[in-house]
Design a protein around this ligand. Sequence first.
Ligand code: SF4
Length: 216
Amino acid sequence: MFNSSELQHNVLDANTFGEVEYPLMEDFYTIQGEGAHTGKAAYFIRTAGCDVNCWWCDVKESWDEEEHPKVKVDEIVARAKESGAQIAVITGGEPLLHDLYPLTHRLKEEGLRVHIETSGSSKLSGNLDWITLSPKRFKEPLDEIFPHVDELKIVVLKKKDLEWAEENAAKCPEGTKLLLQPEWDTPSSMDLIVEYVKKNPEWGISLQTHKFLGVR
Ligand code: SF4
């Protein structure tokens, strides 16, 4: 749980929040395929813009925010509400490139729980019920995010990533859900993870189940 209004650094006049615009790659109602909330229906809001540059990224088309339209908060929130979703998941791209307070404040006013999936490489903002940190070595997370993390999800390609997983886990609060996720196009990562989790049962496995289900 995190609420950046408590830090009083980015609260605009609440009446204007609906007019704030975000570069938006896509938004859609689907099933959360990864992590602790796997299998739950959720409205995904994928903001555009990312400066992390993971070479294996499967949403590279999200990187350049200029290639995507700017959409008003009111419009995004209306679509989320209309979908019937109880959870909104803000993802990217790297959503923390944008001040998420106006969008998340309005989503919560409409009764949605708000989750975020982030690399943690930019300043934390928003009114958030669940923070999934998926740190990337290409641009490391800021220290300020660690006390607020609910779930740590590490994408694993090779052995070195398991060391990176432990380095990050050591900075997370007690009780953080710890998950290792194989990189979809690197099948050997699965064997690596299975053996690691058997020896280190504080970790669990996250699979991209939406890809098995054939939903996006
Ligand atoms: Fe892609 Fe996410 Fe890495 Fe950005 S942080 S490059 S969106 S995988």
